[in-house]
Design a protein around this ligand. Structure first.
Ligand SMILES: C[S@@+](CC[C@H](N)C(=O)[O-])C[C@H]1O[C@@H](n2cnc3c(N)ncnc32)[C@H](O)[C@@H]1O
Length: 395
C-alpha cells in the first residue's frame, strides 16, 4: 500500500467509527466512573486507545501537554483536569469527524471542571508533520496512534522537535514480538485494527533513541492478540529529551548497585555491579532519572560496593531444576543490554527463551519493571523439570 493510501484509509476508518460509535481496538483500564463525572458520553464512547497515558501520574500541574492522534479527546480532557487551569493541552488529529466531536465537547469539559475557559485546543494535522512550534511541549502523550502512521521515524523526529529540553513522552501503543510480515502489512483491515503497522519493541526503542530521546523504558505492558504466532501487546513507554547538562557537577562516578551484574546504556557506556565508573555530567543527568536512579549510587569519589554492603543488590535463582514452559523475556529498557546472575544476557526488545526459575527471578523487585514476559507455547506445556548444568544453574 502506498503511504498516502494508508493515511487515507486509516482516516476513513476512524471517521466512520466516530460517527457510528462502534467499538474498536484494545482493552484499556480507564476509571470510567471518574471520567464520566466531567467528560461527556459522546467522547467516552469513541475512546479507541490501548492504554491510559494521561492517567499514569505522568501529567503535572501547569504543564503544556501534546496528545498525538487525540481522537474524541478522552486523554486531552483527563490531561486538562491534571494540568489545571494554568496548564495547556493540544490535541492533534488528521480526521475531521474526530476533531468536530472533540472541539464540541471542550467547552462542556471546561465548565464541568469549573475552569473560566477551556485549556484544550484541537488542531488538524499529521503525526509526522505536527502544527506545533519547536521546543514548546513538556509532555507528549499518544494513545494507540503511532502504529497507524506509515513513517514512524518521522513521527519520532517530530516528537523530539516539539519537546522542550527537559521534556518527556509517555506513549501507549501496540508493538509486536517479531517483525510483522508483508502479508499482514498489506492488510488494510488489520492496519486499521492497530496490528499491521506495529513495530517490534526493539525497533520502537531504537527509533526513539535515534530521534534523540534517552532513558526509553517500559511503564506498563499488557498482552493483546496472537496472530499467526506473532504476539501483539500494548506497552506504555516513557523517554526524555534531556536538558543541557550543568557545566559543573559534583558527581563524578556511578556505581551499579544491582540486581543486574552488568548494564549497557543507550550511549554504549557499560556498568559492572559494585565497580565505580567515571561519568560525564550528561550521564549524571540521565542516571538521575527514573528508573535508572534506583540502580545507581552517584558519588563525588569512587565507591566500590560488595555483597556485604546493604546498597549492593542481587536476585539469585532458586538452587533447583527448572522447567521450560514457553516463556520468553524481552528487556524493555532503559538499558540496551543487561546481564543477570545466571549467565543470561538480555538485549533490548529481543525475546530470550527462559525457564520457570528465571521467570520467578524476573518477576522479582528490581528486575520486574524492565521486562515483558510472553508465553509463546501454543498449548499448555507439561514440561519435565531439567537440570541444565552440573551445579543445577543456567536456565
Ligand atoms: C486508535 S484511534 C485513538 C484515538 C485516541 N487517542 C483515543 O485514545 O481514543 C487513532 C486516532 O489517531 C488518528 N490518527 C491516525 N493516524 C494519524 C496520523 N498519522 N496523524 C494524525 N492523526 C492520526 C485517527 O484519526 C484517530 O482519531
Amino acid at each position: 500500500m502506498p503511504i498516502d493510501d494508508i493515511t487515507q484509509k486509516v482516516s476513513e476508518r476512524y471517521a466512520k467509527a466516530a460517527s457510528t460509535g462502534e467499538e474498536m481496538c484494545c482493552p484499556t483500564s480507564y476509571d470510567m466512573g471518574h471520567l464520566k463525572t466531567f467528560i461527556p458520553e459522546a467522547v467516552l464512547k469513541i475512546s479507541y486507545g490501548c492504554g491510559t497515558p494521561a492517567g499514569l501520574k505522568t501529567v503535572q500541574a501547569g504543564e503544556t501537554v501534546l496528545d498525538i492522534g487525540s481522537g474524541g479527546g478522552i486523554d486531552c480532557f483527563e490531561a486538562s483536569r491534571l494540568v489545571g487551569p494554568t496548564g495547556h493541552v493540544i490535541g492533534i488529529d488528521m480526521t475531521d469527524t474526530m476533531l468536530e466531536i472533540a472541539r464540541k465537547n471542550a467547552a462542556v469539559v471546561a465548565t464541568n471542571l469549573g475552569y473560566p475557559a477551556s485549556n484544550v485546543e484541537f488542531r488538524k494535522g499529521l503525526a509526522d508533520a505536527m502544527p506545533v512550534d519547536d521546543g514548546t511541549i513538556d509532555l507528549i502523550i499518544s494513545n494507540c496512534v503511532i502504529n497507524l502512521a506509515p513513517d514512524k521515524r518521522k513521527v519520532f523526529r517530530e516528537m523530539y522537535r516539539v519537546a522542550k529540553p527537559g521534556g518527556r513522552f509517555t506513549i501507549s501503543d501496540i508493538v509486536s514480538d517479531q517483525t510483522v510480515p508483508q502479508y499482514l502489512v498489506h492488510d488494510t483491515q488489520k492496519w486499521g485494527d492497530c496490528l499491521s503497522g506495529a513495530l517490534t519493541l526493539t525497533d520502537y526503542m531504537i527509533g526513539m533513541t535515534a530521534a534523540g530521546f534517552l532513558g526509553n523504558h517500559l511503564v506498563k505492558f499488557s498482552p493483546w492478540r496472537v496472530i499467526d504466532g506473532i504476539h501483539f501487546f500494548s506497552v506504555t513507554l516513557t523517554g526524555y529529551k534531556l536538558p543541557p547538562a550543568p557545566t559543573t557537577s559534583s558527581v563524578q562516578y556511578a556505581t551499579l548497585r544491582g540486581p543486574f551484574i552488568r548494564l549497557v546504556d543507550e550511549r554504549g557506556t557499560t556498568y559492572q555491579r559494585g565497580i565505580p565508573q567515571p561519568i560525564t555530567s550528561d550521564e549524571t543527568l540521565l542516571l538521575s532519572t527514573p528508573p535508572f536512579a534506583e540502580h545507581f549510587l552517584l558519588t563525588t569519589k569512587p565507591v566500590a560496593l560488595d555483597r556485604n554492603d546493604p546498597r549492593w543488590t542481587a536476585v539469585f535463582p532458586a538452587d533447583a531444576p527448572c522447567t521450560w514452559q514457553g516463556h520468553y523475556a524481552l528487556l524493555a529498557g532503559p538499558f540496551v543490554e543487561a546481564a543477570d546472575d545466571d549467565h543470561h544476557v538480555y538485549r533490548r526488545g529481543e525475546p530470550l527463551e527462559i525457564c520457570s526459575k528465571t521467570v520467578t527471578v524476573l518477576e522479582t523487585g528490581g528486575y520486574q519493571p524492565h521486562f515483558v514476559i510472553l508465553n509463546r507455547a501454543g498449548n499448555r506445556v507439561s514440561g519435565e523439570a531439567v537440570t541444565c548444568s552440573p551445579n543445577g544453574g543456567c536456565c
